[in-house]
Design a protein around this ligand. Structure first.
Ligand code: CA
Length: 230
C-alpha cells in the first residue's frame, strides 16, 4: 500500500513518512499540489494538506477524485473548517485536524481503506506482540488465547502502543488518541486507565513506563517462550 503525503512543511512531512514506513506502508512525500497531481505511480492513499503553496488544496482534491478512486484524507489546520467541508464535498474520504497523532492517522487510513477496498482491506487487521493479539476490526484482545475484556478507552490506549511496539508513545499522544485531539486537562486519568489495562492484560512488563517520556510495549515478554502469568 502506497501512501503519498502532500505537505509543504518538511518537518511534518518527514515525521509522517517515517511513521507510515514504520507501520509497514510504502510512503513518500511531495510539497506542492502540482507534484501531487503528477505523482506516479498512483498512490493508494493521499494524505492531503489543504494549505499548499501553489494550488488550492480543495482543487487538488477535486482533480484527484475526478480521475481515480484513490483514498483521500485531507489535513487542515484549526480554523479551516470551510475548506474541510468543501474537500469532503469534492470527494475526500476523511479529514484530520492538526495536530494529530500517528496512531490516529493510522486508524483513519485503515478505516478509509476498508471502505475503498472492502475485499482486500489492507493494513494490518490484527496486531500481534508476543502473547498479545489485537483484532482491530472486532476490537477483540487476547493474551495467549485468553480473551481480555477492555473498556473502549483501554482498547484505544493499547492500540496506540501496539501500532508500533517498542516505540515510546508520549502521554499527550495517548490522550489525543483515546480522549480528544485537544486534551489539556490533567494526565492523571491516564495512569488510572493504564493501571487497569495492566491488571487485565496480566503480563508483567508488557506495558512499560518510560519515566518522563511515556509508555511503550515492552520487549521482554515478546519472547513466546517467556512466562505468561494467568
Ligand atoms: Ca501547509
Amino acid at each position: 500500500m502506497r501512501v503519498l503525503v502532500v505537505e509543504d512543511d518538511p518537518g511534518i512531512a518527514d515525521l509522517l513518512v517515517r511513521g507510515l514506513r514504520r507501520a509497514g506502508y510504502t510512503a513518500g512525500s511531495v510539497s506542492s499540489g502540482h507534484q501531487a497531481l503528477a505523482a506516479a505511480p498512483e498512490p493508494d492513499v493521499v494524505l492531503l494538506d489543504l494549505g499548499l503553496p501553489d494550488l488550492d488544496g480543495v482543487d487538488v482534491c477535486r482533480r484527484l477524485r475526478r480521475r481515480s478512486d484513490v483514498a483521500i484524507i485531507v489535513v487542515t489546520a484549526r480554523g479551516e473548517e470551510g475548506d474541510r467541508v468543501a474537500a469532503l464535498d469534492e470527494g475526500a474520504d476523511d479529514y484530520l485536524v492538526k495536530p494529530f497523532g500517528l496512531a490516529e492517522l493510522l486508524a483513519r487510513i485503515r478505516a478509509v481503506l476498508r471502505r475503498v477496498h472492502p475485499v482486500d482491506a489492507s493494513g494490518p487487521e490484527v496486531l500481534r506482540h508476543g502473547p498479545l493479539e489485537i483484532d482491530l476490526r472486532t476490537r477483540k484482545v487476547t493474551v495467549a488465547q485468553r480473551e481480555v475484556a477492555l473498556t473502549p478507552k483501554e482498547f484505544d490506549i493499547l492500540e496506540s502502543l501496539a501500532v508500533d511496539p517498542g516505540r515510546v508513545v508520549t502521554r499527550q499522544e495517548i490522550l489525543e488518541r483515546a480522549w480528544d485531539a485537544h486534551w489539556y486537562g490533567p494526565t492523571k486519568v491516564l495512569d488510572v486507565h493504564i493501571a487497569a489495562l495492566r491488571r487485565k492484560l496480566d503480563v508483567p512488563g508488557l506495558v512499560e513506563t518510560v519515566y518522563g517520556r511515556g509508555f511503550r510495549l515492552g520487549t521482554a515478554d515478546a519472547d513466546p517462550a517467556g512466562p505468561v502469568r494467568r
